[in-house]
Design a protein. Sequence first.
Length: 168
Amino acid sequence: MKIGSRLRFAVLFVLTLVCAPPAPLSAQEPTPAAMAAAREMLLAKGGLTFFDPVVPGVIESVKNTFLPTNLNLSRELNEVAAQLTKDFDSKRGDVITNVTRIFAERFTEQELKQITAFYKTPIGQKMIKEEPAAIQESLKATQDWANSFSEVVMARFRVEMRKRGHEL
């Protein structure tokens, strides 16, 4: 998977987590055992690698906000971005901890262990291998459908507005 598509997938993954219905609020932090089970599940799924491009992506994005108005500084901005990528490499751990905590809050330790066991089976391994392509293909198919459907909706708007004496 290319860096761009991995970053998009990571962002979609995080948005899915953020947009999912909230889990019941627990009165306490997940136990260390639940955190360990969540991390093991994410490792078994290969899910932690999806977050590899997040820190460099943020650095690149910030650098690119400065470039349009500072074209004469592009070499220096690239150098600073490379340095910051090294300096902030450990920040990936913050992302991993946050994601691990989210899973540990949404699933019990036992459920996480069952999920991990699934991902270690042949069908679980196939899921790991095929899921990114299936998601990307699904997103493209949904976008294609939405584009086609928007033409139907646009035509219908025109018909309905024409009935009301307006030409769009």
